[in-house]
Design a protein around this ligand. Structure first.
Ligand SMILES: [Zn+2]
Length: 193
């Protein structure tokens, strides 16, 4: 099978998103035939890092099915070593040519970070991780929450492009394309940033 380029993989996702937005989803690859095709291997075309928010389900948003995308979700689509390691596995061993970082409108993790205050348990790990994006966004004109959402997706994508040794090498050799995008939870539209 011919290997997709990162751009072709991105076009594939955006085509699925257009179907979803227009209420024309075809729900591919969700039957017994697909399960049996993939019983011994997986070959996801895209890696998606997005928020755990229940309104942001990548398989639905991109109208894909079983085995199509390798998904990592954390509140605020933030990184840690396990998240990066998971994506390194998909890029290196499964050969996915695209890594898409997807922020979304009305992100509660970002809102909590911007509003400040104290949170119990492990929640501060999330708001601490979003603080650098908020700091950058605070120097920009416009709505701080919206700008932090955009800044976080862009900064996360850049951190991944520069992540040594695995992702940086794959990006530098043209085997991996890393892009940031924004999902609008009301319109359903994914916009590349
Ligand atoms: Zn969110």
């Amino acid at each position: 099978m011919e290997q997709l380029t990162g751009q072709q993989a991105l076009d594939e996702l955006l085509a699925g998103n257009r179907r979803f937005v227009q209420d024309g989803a075809v729900h591919p690859h969700q039957n017994h035939q697909r399960r049996s095709e993939l019983k011994d291997h997986q070959d996801p075309h895209e890696i998606v890092l997005t928020c755990s928010d229940s309104r942001v389900s990548p398989e639905i948003i991109f109208d894909v099915g079983i085995g199509d995308i390798f998904v990592v979700r954390t509140a605020g689509n933030i990184l840690d070593d396990i998240v990066i390691g998971s994506m390194e596995y998909a890029a290196l061993h499964l050969g996915s040519p695209l890594l898409l970082v997807m922020g979304h409108t009305c992100c509660g993790a970002v809102t909590a970070t911007v509003e400040g205050g104290t949170s119990p348990g492990h929640i501060p790990f999330i708001t601490d991780a979003l603080a650098p994006a908020m700091k950058m966004a605070s120097q920009q004109q416009g709505d701080l929450i919206e700008n932090t959402i955009l800044q976080n997706a862009l900064m996360t994508a850049q951190t991944l492009r520069e992540s040594e040794p695995v992702l940086k090498e794959l990006c530098d050799s043209g085997k991996l394309l890393v892009k940031a995008c924004l999902y609008d939870i009301e319109t359903g539209i994914v916009s590349i940033l």
